[in-house]
Ligand binder design. Structure first.
Ligand SMILES: Nc1ncnc2c1ncn2[C@@H]1O[C@H](COP(=O)(O)OP(=O)(O)OP(=O)(O)O)[C@@H](O)[C@H]1O
Length: 696
């Protein structure tokens, strides 16, 4: 295409953009007038109701209130539409393709939100989730089809363009014959980070789009390398499903099980940016506490990981490994069956001089195995009473009913759940595998097995019973027993995502196959392309945990620096210098990612104390932290998983600090958090996970 043609196209697109913006303004004005009219109407309806309340009868008052509610609802809808339109003012669309069916090709513009010009009655921008929009992500120019609710639509894509429009100006316009091109993607990836996770609608890749739009899978397991966009895709998938099933799926029907509250905060913005409401999020510990009715105190996953790193306790590792094995779940199942069989010692019973045989009591007890114990006993008594009525044509007197209930109760072998659980290890003849954590609490590794047993023997109550889609992030950090609990608790569709290479606690982890064995009917997709980091950072991280399938995006950056310091003190001074340099850079976030919380605290205090520079925006993340902010963030690799920073410093990369497989994983997680720059510091011999060629 000649320069002249390009200039002509640009001018035409400029005019189209101006026209679209004018139409948005016209629709906004009209909406403003409608909103004003609704407000006046509501006000006058209220005044009418108030001043005539004495003369109105009950029915009239109800009708008047309903009419007010109706106006409020119409006003709310108009307001929601106004908010979406208002966002389009800044950037109404990011893509265009021309689609020909039969005769002339029609341009189709794609944006974050749909724009129906109510005044002219035409669609000016299609929502990125609309069926036709899939052509933008999936196909090149040429013959193409897409699936619509009415069936397959066939035609030809004759032109494809991508835009970056900001503040109503076209900053970038690219003509592309292929799918979403690298240039725009590179441009997106090269930018500094935002307040939290950003939406990727303009640059979704073809394989990512297929995952987002998969509305068939009952359980979709996404295994993806670090930075492959798993979390982004999962959130876009939720937005897509809310759009696709808008009549039957609402945001309150969706639940995310997230690793911690900082992560929840980090991703909180994505759905509202996509025009959807935020969805519920719950942590594993919170869920466990609810399922145990708050009756058991237990250590957290964070504490478990910290003890593993600080104590290097072989017996503890063996306990965790066993409890994370598929064999453990099978044994626990067998034990639950055994307890269930022995739990109710039925005996022949005489009530009101009538015989109730033991076998009948046993049969009725077994039938109600899904009820909580107390309800179950009540149900047994009630059914026996009914059977006596039917069989002997006799209604029990109140004292006979009481005696029946008492007799049934004594047949149950009463033990607490904790005793029953402890008994499991005696039954296995391995009592050494049950240990309590500090302050008499349960070890974290025992929490979900205990819940599983409770589910099998007594049943649990859960406020999440009605969830229609469950999303589990960082899947590698949960054990088969946790998945068994999830499977029993959530009968709905699920999206489960993570990366086996990023387990922060390999003694207590699951691979894709372990998960699929527990959650049947699952399909699995793999994402091997990594988008987050520059190619230099990705290659560097690959030396720590090589994955031959990983494909790095070709985005150029600086080589990571491994900086040797003579003493711990000079290492801190180096970190201070790097942090100071960051504060004057174009970047917004610096993560100082340590192995343990103690190490994080020491560095945070040194930076905070001013000895190595006073930093305005400096925070340390701990187990209780709830917010992700810009500036300097000091944290452990455990807390950093799922997050990303423009720059990352990994301190203390010595042979002593990073030696085990678990520490190798943590080092990998730490390095893969960096988007643009990575520096590692050490005072003492370098860890063997970093080869000498990376030294500076
Ligand atoms: N198609 C895309 N277009 C633009 N950016 C993308 C795309 N896919 C991924 N990214 C970017 O790559 C980075 C990593 O994405 P995300 O955090 O979702 O990956 P992840 O697989 O969950 O990572 P990890 O497992 O390492 O935490 C983010 O900055 C995201 O915006």
């Amino acid at each position: 295409m000649s320069q002249k043609d390009v200039a002509i196209d640009r001018a035409a697109e400029r005019r189209h953009l101006d026209h679209t913006l004018e139409r948005i303004e016209a629709n906004l004005d009209e909406l403003d007038q409608r909103l004003k009219a609704y407000a006046q109407e509501i006000q006058s309806q209220k005044e009418y109701l108030w001043s005539n309340r004495d003369e109105m009868d009950h029915i009239e008052k109800i009708a008047a209130r309903e009419s007010i509610e109706q106006s409020v609802m119409s006003g709310d809808n108009a307001l929601a539409r106004r908010q979406k339109l208002d966002k389009l003012r800044h950037s109404p669309y990011f893509g265009r393709f021309d689609f020909a069916r039969g005769g002339k090709a029609e341009p189709v513009y794609i944006g974050v939100h749909h724009f129906h010009d109510d005044l002219a009655r035409v669609i000016r921008v299609h929502d990125w989730r609309a069926p036709i929009a899939s052509l933008f992500y999936d196909v090149e120019t040429g013959p193409a089809t897409y699936e619509s609710p009415e069936g397959t639509v066939a035609g030809e894509v004759t032109l494809k363009r991508q835009f970056r429009i900001k503040g109503g100006e076209i900053e970038l316009m690219i003509e592309s014959a292929v799918h979403v091109v690298d240039e725009v993607l590179q441009d997106e990836l090269g930018r500094a980070s935002d307040e939290g996770m950003k939406n990727i609608v303009a640059t979704i890749q073809r394989d990512q789009n297929a995952i987002i739009r998969d509305d068939e899978s009952q359980v979709l397991v996404i295994q993806g390398v670090a930075g492959s966009g798993k979390t982004s895709i999962a959130l876009h998938r939720i937005a897509y499903l809310l759009y696709r099933f808008k009549d039957s799926l609402r945001s309150e029907d969706i639940l995310i099980i997230s690793p911690n509250r900082v992560f929840s905060d980090y991703i909180a913005n994505v759905l509202p940016e996509l025009g959807e409401e935020t969805v519920n999020q719950v942590g594993m510990e919170e869920l466990a506490d609810e399922l145990l009715d708050g009756q058991y105190r237990f250590e957290s996953f964070f504490e478990q990981t910290a003890s593993l790193l600080e104590k290097n306790d072989e017996a503890m590792k063996a306990r965790l490994r066993f409890k994370a094995s598929p064999a453990f779940l099978a044994e626990l199942d067998r034990y639950a069956g055994h307890v269930e069989a022995k739990r109710f010692a039925a005996e022949d019973l005489w009530i009101a001089r009538r015989l109730v045989p033991a076998w009948l009591l046993e049969e009725v007890f077994r039938k109600h195995r899904n009820l909580p114990t107390n309800e179950r006993l009540g149900q047994v008594s009630w059914e026996i009473e009914r059977k006596i009525g039917n069989q002997y044509n006799y209604d029990l007197m109140p004292e006979e009913r009481k005696a029946l209930k008492a007799a049934v109760k004594t047949m149950l072998r009463q033990t607490t759940l904790r005793e029953t659980y402890k008994g499991f290890y005696d039954w296995l003849e391995r009592p050494e595998l049950f240990r309590t954590a500090s302050r008499g609490r349960l070890e974290y590794a025992d929490v979900f097995p205990l819940i599983y047993l409770k589910m099998r023997l007594e049943g649990v109550r859960s406020r999440w019973r009605d969830v229609k889609h469950l999303l589990v992030d960082e899947m590698q950090d949960y054990t088969p027993v946790q998945y068994a609990v999830i499977g029993r608790l959530f009968a709905c569709k699920k999206t489960i995502l993570g990366d086996a290479f990023q387990s922060v606690n390999p003694h207590s982890a699951s691979g894709v196959e372990d998960i699929r064995r527990v959650l049947r009917q699952s399909s699995c997709v793999t994402l091997n392309k990594s988008y987050r980091s520059s190619i230099q950072i990705t290659r560097f991280a690959q030396r720590i945990s090589p994955n031959p399938d990983l494909e790095a995006i070709e985005r150029q950056g600086e080589e990571p620096a491994v900086i040797r310091a003579r003493t711990r003190k000079t290492e801190l001074a180096t970190i201070g210098e790097l942090a100071r340099e960051f504060t004057t850079s174009e970047h917004n976030t610096l993560g100082i990612v340590c192995k343990t919380q103690k190490q994080a605290k020491r560095i945070f205090e040194a930076l905070e104390g001013g000895e190595h520079g006073e930093f305005r925006r400096l925070q340390i993340l701990g187990e209780k932290s709830a917010a992700f902010g810009q500036g300097i963030v000091v944290c452990t690799a455990h807390m950093a998983k799922g997050l990303e920073f423009d720059r990352v410093i990994v301190p203390e990369v010595t042979a002593g600090n990073y030696a085990t497989d678990m520490e190798r994983n943590l080092l990998y997680v730490a390095c893969t958090r960096a988007m643009h720059r990575l520096a590692l510091t050490h005072a003492g011999p370098l860890t063997s996970f970093l080869d000498e060629s990376s030294l500076r």
